[in-house]
Design a protein around this ligand. Structure first.
Ligand SMILES: [Zn+2]
Length: 457
């Protein structure tokens, strides 16, 4: 890996875009290894490198300074299964169809047959593809293991995921590897390990542990029953979980360096969606227990924006991308980073390396009948169930408090036309897919994990 004097890295990080003007932030580095880490539910604005005031992320901040930080990254879905299926296939949720379920888990559609996946693509090009998942939705139960040579899932925790990845990296020496790590360490219910408590003001007295009713919390939020002090404690526990994930990602990066493969391994850290802390009256993401009525608040910035950090071979140190990028583009982007062209029509995303960013990112919450089209300046939220829309000026109103749809009807109409075109494309694409054969029974183990994660009651 290219090294620079530390002071230059810091200076380049300070002047942001100038760094990426001097050289492209991403260039192909054929033959590199790839480790893709999803920190489920991680909000970018709770990381130092995205401006957070608390010390949640020293290792991720260093990783970002040594590579590329995407300042305007968004997920294409508001909860885990559709978001990760979009990542793996480069298809929008309403195209791949893995976007809905009922509380009895009878309506979960697995990955359609024959859809190319990123893991299958890399496996076919000689990569050792392995996944280490904390389980829940990121399970072979839903066909997400397709294309992986090795898939390990369970309630591991991030420390075990890092151990498994480092062990596999050593064992796979001789051929390039792709590892996908999915951790629930930051996911609801927020239960950071004790060594990370004190830095965030958590002690044995205020800690919300096993006796605290997490399942009731979403319902109490909907009724406006969360006091400011309680919210502050919830956020402390979320932040301390980030610090633990950050420490373990730091250990992974250091472990790669110790094994002499740090310079040959592209490390990418992202989230599948954000998390709500009452910005629009809700806690959690997706409002899976409130699928009717006014509680469907899933397409606002706190849920939609994600961190996205890339570091390693081919990535210019100290780069910041201000253009909007979306998870649907990660499969083609990372394929290009590893020196591969995708077959035409392989997915709906496009590589960031081709430049320009995404003018409009589509975010879908099919479960709640919502969708959004977002640019760094505007967001239109479409409520398909009630036939209405909200328009926000993200520059002057980043908290999305003032709905401009009534006063800017022409603008709403223009963005709605873009949305309807995307919707038609997705429907056409989805209609061409062949559903997976047979019913998808959800195993008791996965069912228990989903319950513990707050998805079912
Ligand atoms: Zn998730």
């Amino acid at each position: 890996m290219r090294t620079r004097p530390r002071i230059l890295v810091v200076a380049a990080f300070g002047i942001l875009l100038l760094a990426s003007c001097r050289e492209p932030p991403l260039r192909p580095a054929p033959g590199s290894n790839l480790i893709l880490i999803c920190v489920d539910s991680l909000r970018p604005d709770h990381l130092g490198c995205y401006g957070y005031r608390l010390p949640t992320s020293p290792h991720l901040d260093r990783l970002a300074a040594s590579g590329l930080r995407c300042a305007q990254a968004v997920a294409n879905a508001t909860w885990t299964l559709p978001s990760i299926a979009t990542l793996f296939t480069s298809l929008y949720p309403s195209a791949h169809g893995m976007h809905s379920y009922s509380m009895d888990l009878q309506r979960v559609r697995p990955l359609p047959a024959g859809v190319p996946t990123f893991a299958a693509f890399l496996s076919s090009r000689g990569y050792a593809a392995a996944a280490f998942s904390d389980g829940g939705w990121v399970s072979r139960n839903f066909g997400l293991d397709r294309g992986f040579e090795r898939w390990e899932e369970g309630t591991f925790g991030i420390k075990a995921l890092v151990d498994r990845s480092l062990a596999a990296a050593t064992a796979d020496a001789g051929r390039p590897f792709f590892h996908y790590l999915h951790t629930h360490t930051v996911h609801w219910p927020y239960r950071p390990p004790p060594p990370h408590w004190s830095a965030f003001g958590i002690d044995g007295k205020n800690y919300l542990g096993r006796d605290f009713s997490w399942p009731e919390l979403q319902n109490r939020a909907s009724r406006g029953e969360i006091a400011p002090g309680e919210l502050a404690q919830i956020v402390r526990q979320y932040d301390a979980g980030i610090a633990y994930a950050d420490e373990q990602i730091g250990r992974l990066v250091e472990g790669l360096r110790e094994r002499g493969i740090g310079g040959k391994t592209l490390v990418v850290v992202f989230a599948d969606h954000g998390e709500q802390f009452l910005e629009h009256g809700q806690i959690y993401h997706g409002q899976l227990n409130n699928q009717t009525g006014p509680n469907r608040k899933t397409c606002y910035e706190e849920t939609v924006r994600i961190p996205l950090i890339l570091a390693g071979p081919g990535v210019a140190a100290g780069s910041v991308a201000e253009e909007q990028v979306a998870l649907i583009d990660l499969f083609p982007t990372l394929a290009a980073c590893l020196g591969f062209d995708l077959p035409p029509g392989a997915g709906q995303g496009r590589s960031f390396l081709s430049g320009g960013g995404k003018e409009w990112a589509l975010i879908e919450d099919n479960l709640n009948g919502l969708a959004a089209l977002r640019s760094p300046e505007r967001k239109l939220i479409v409520d398909r169930r009630e036939g209405r829309a909200e328009l926000y000026d993200l520059k002057s109103d980043p908290g999305e408090k003032a709905d401009l749809s009534a006063s800017r009807a022409d603008e709403v109409k223009g963005i709605m036309a873009v949305y309807e075109e995307r919707e038609r494309e997705n429907r056409a694409r989805g209609d061409r897919l062949v559903p997976a054969s047979g019913p998808s029974e959800v195993s008791p183990g996965v069912r228990d994990q989903l319950k513990a994660l707050g998805y079912i009651q």
